[in-house]
Design a protein. Sequence first.
Lengths: 116, 112
Amino acid sequence: GAVVSQHPSRVICKSGTSVKIECRSLDFQATTMFWYRQFPKKSLMLMATSNEGSKATYEQGVEKDKFLINHASLTLSTLTVTSAHPEDSSFYICSARGTDPAYGYTFGSGTRLTVV
Amino acid sequence: QKEVEQDPGPLSVPEGAIVSLNCTYSNSAFQYFMWYRQYSRKGPELLMYTYSSGNKEDGRFTAQVDKSSKYISLFIRDSQPSDSATYLCASSRGSTLGRLYFGRGTQLTVWP
């Protein structure tokens, strides 16, 4: 089946620093990747959608200069949280979609970001 | 009104019980319907995927979609403690798989 690898699983950083999260599709080509944020006991909030080789499309209210998304290849997308603040602490999850709808969307295992 | 509504629970049942999880949606254009299971601090994993109306069965899991009432259901037979997780319903519109709209998720606990 389709596998998406997300790293790191947990990261602690200081306020003002930047953190990069990677999302890789291991056995399929991810034409589209989605980045979500999830608060405790809440559903997934879509932050942005990226197609390989194109600029990401951000959801309303998401700062594109703060959450930089790069989807340079069909197997790799990255989310960089720039100048992180404690309010950016959250669970970030990527999801990849290939060309076969039967697979739906495959999710990474998530990254727990804590900004201190 | 949210695109997909789901009762967050929590739902607690004894081992062996039949579990019924439900969602409603508002957009008639939704064609794809999915159920994801999410364990604590993990990414969601796809359980069931249905296109348009009808039933789909996979082992102890049955997914139902009733487009006339805009109702999505997941049934778990012979529930096990390992089924304890948060279950998220999701829908997508159109003839190709577009962005997913998620429910809030229902937290399920199956006790031995």
